[in-house]
Design a binder for this molecule. Structure first.
Ligand code: NIG
Ligand code: FE
Length: 391
């Protein structure tokens, strides 16, 4: 057995309410015992076990938080869209139309180029404190390009999502129903071995609610679990479709009606907010308060993609959520850790309960509040994943 004791932690965030009666489960002057890659014990420094410890690490009074669970990314692509971003910042508005540009570049990239790009984004994410990452396809949009995108995604994460229904590719614009048949037929079969989830971009310029229902049901019939991009660009029936199908998460949800809030409040579906997209498309940020008042579980994720949110940095997402969306610093941290885990229906990550995977970061600050209080400053000093230091 390999035991590591992290001691002298100024503030340990566990997300286990038994410690202090709050969602964050904070222990001040704490220690954390890790055995074989999982949390064996968390408690006050003074009560830390002293026997059979192989390694002791002094946290020097700094804060320790669970690793971020980034439950929504699109990391398999080639090229970038910096010119499109520039035009937007000069006044143009965002449409889903730019996706076609990335599709073109992704199709002509080699497997090696796609893998290397994803790896470098993954390394960025790890070094900013993310320890679990979901990754979607959706820039291939042919049977083979979706298949290889998911094969690459599966080589670095178990949370892989088939998003063949991202947009209708140009060659199917005249007969979009044929594309739905392709996605629900040969494409679905080809990606099955590499996919855990199925997702649809259900919005203006992408797929209708009826097509989204057909596509999600086809995936579910083959054993994939559903999640959904909904209500990013406008109000619609997407969120309610998500609830109808008990999807793990409806994502973006920037335009919510009272009916949507009501439907979510009695469901098991998490609302995942992606403020990087509002930032990069210069759109209005949604307000988290109506979701909170309705006791809806909220997650925060990066939406890392080359069009609408080209960032892997979860502390940045937390800072925007606090500044612009009325998250408290504690809710923002919870949503980026435990919320993400719930959006992936995982109970082994996103917290530091006994038995959890030992995924955490040591901050170069004595409180998690600094994540939002010191925006743009790299406060992630060390990152540990499954009990091993990766930064
Ligand atoms: O989640 N909303 C759909 N897809 C991506 C954007 C993709 C792109 O613009 O390339 C998103 O924001
Ligand atoms: Fe997305």
């Amino acid at each position: 057995m390999t035991s590591t004791l992290l001691f002298n932690i100024g503030q340990l965030v566990t997300n286990d309410p038994q410690h202090d009666g709050t969602k964050l489960g904070v222990i001040n002057d704490a220690a954390l015992l890790i055995e074989d890659g999982v949390v064996a014990w968390a408690g006050p420094n003074a009560d830390a076990p002293t026997h059979h410890i192989k390694r002791k690490i002094d946290a020097h009074g700094k804060a320790v938080i669970p690793g971020f669970v980034d439950s929504h990314t699109h990391m398999i692509f080639a090229g970038d869209r910096s010119k499109e971003f520039r035009a937007r910042m000069l006044g143009e508005s965002y449409t889903a139309g730019g996706i076609a540009h990335t599709v073109e570049q992704t199709r002509s990239a080699s497997d090696e180029a796609l893998t290397n790009n994803a790896k470098s984004l993954l390394n960025e994410a790890y070094s900013s404190g993310t320890t679990t990452i979901e990754c979607k396809s959706g820039y291939g949009l042919t049977v083979e390009d979706e298949r290889r995108s998911l094969e690459i995604a599966q080589s670095f994460t178990e949370e892989t999502t088939f998003l063949g229904a991202h947009v209708v590719p140009v060659e199917y614009k005249k007969n979009p129903k044929d594309y739905v048949d392709l996605v629900t037929g040969p494409m679905l079969d080809a990606v099955l071995p590499y996919s855990k989830w199925i997702d649809v971009f259900c919005d203006k310029g992408a797929f209708s609610v009826d097509d989204a229902r057909t596509i999600l049901k086809a995936g579910m019939a083959k054993g994939l679990q559903p999640r959904l991009h909904a209500n990013q660009l406008q109000e619609g029936q997407g969120v309610r479709l998500g609830v109808e199908l008990d999807v793990a998460s409806v994502d973006h949800v920037s335009h919510l009606s009272e009916k949507d809030i009501e439907a979510l409040s009695t469901s098991n579906t998490v609302a995942t907010l992606l403020p990087g997209a509002e930032f990069s498309t210069r759109s209005a940020y949604p307000d988290v308060r109506p979701l909170l008042e309705a006791s809806i579980t909220v997650a925060l994720a990066s939406d890392c993609n080359p069009g609408s949110s080209y960032t892997t940095n979860m502390p940045f997402i937390i800072a925007i959520a606090v500044r612009e969306m009325h998250f408290s610093p504690e809710l923002a941290l919870w949503s980026a850790t435990m919320g993400g885990a719930k959006a992936l229906r995982r109970d082994d990550i996103g917290h530091l309960f006994e038995g959890a995977r030992a995924n955490f970061s040591i901050l170069s600050a004595d409180s998690y509040i600094h994540l939002a209080y010191r925006p743009g400053v790299n406060l992630i000093e060390q990152v540990w994943r499954d009990g091993l230091q990766i930064k």
